[in-house]
Write a new protein. Structure first.
Length: 207
């Protein structure tokens, strides 16, 4: 029997397990995390309000995204999913019938792998298995999300200098940061040379 939801309309990670499999089937058997999540939102008919709830105080992703990460990890431990490359997940079987799947059994099976023995203290192996699941969830963000987190934390001035550096690395020259109060939204200017003989003055805005 399914567990009662703590908040009406807010799914638990185990309730998102079957929709995750359905999402991958709809996507042809594989997809990026973003593609899978968006398809789950559609299948589970999640409201915009639910999708906007952040995970933690300074969470860079939503609570639903965090729970979906747990769903994928449990499916991987169960043997139904695999992630062969960074951010790409796929079904481990060519044919999967979700009508034959029971998310409570999936969760139970995975937890049997990591549950404590009859002793009061967990063995080192059991602790390592639990840590492995936690690490997979935390590391799933990948370099793109970690980069975004860093960008969100730097000051506006630092971001403008970063934009200046990126433009220089891309072939712009005489790049200047001019942003100030009342600048009309213009944060800098530079010159880009095309084909070695055409030059264009460019203004840029940092957001």
């Amino acid at each position: 029997m399914a567990r009662k939801r703590q908040n009406s309309g807010f799914p638990t990670f185990d309730e998102l397990i079957i929709p995750t499999v359905d999402a991958l089937i709809n996507l042809g058997g594989s997809g990026t995390i973003e593609e899978i999540n968006n398809k789950v939102y559609e299948i589970a008919a999640l409201s915009e309000g639910t999708l906007q709830v952040p995970h933690g105080e300074n969470g860079s992703r939503s609570e639903v995204e965090y729970r979906l990460a747990w769903s994928r990890t449990y499916l991987k431990k169960f043997g139904l999913l695999e992630n062969s490359s960074r951010g790409i997940w796929s079904l481990s079987k060519s044919v999967v019938d979700t009508s034959e799947l029971d998310y409570t059994e999936i969760v139970k099976t995975v937890r049997e792998q990591i549950k404590p023995s009859q002793k009061k203290e967990k063995t080192q192996k059991e602790t390592e298995n639990e840590q492995e699941i936690t690490d997979e969830i935390e590391n799933e963000e990948g370099w793109k999300e970690k980069l975004l987190n860093t960008l969100y934390e730097i000051s506006p001035a630092a971001f403008e200098r970063l934009a200046q550096r990126l433009l220089r690395e891309s072939g712009f020259f005489q790049v200047e940061v001019t942003g100030k109060v009342g600048d009309g939204g213009i944060d800098g200017k530079g010159i880009v040379r095309v084909s070695g003989f055409l030059s264009f003055h460019v203004i840029f805005q940092c957001k």
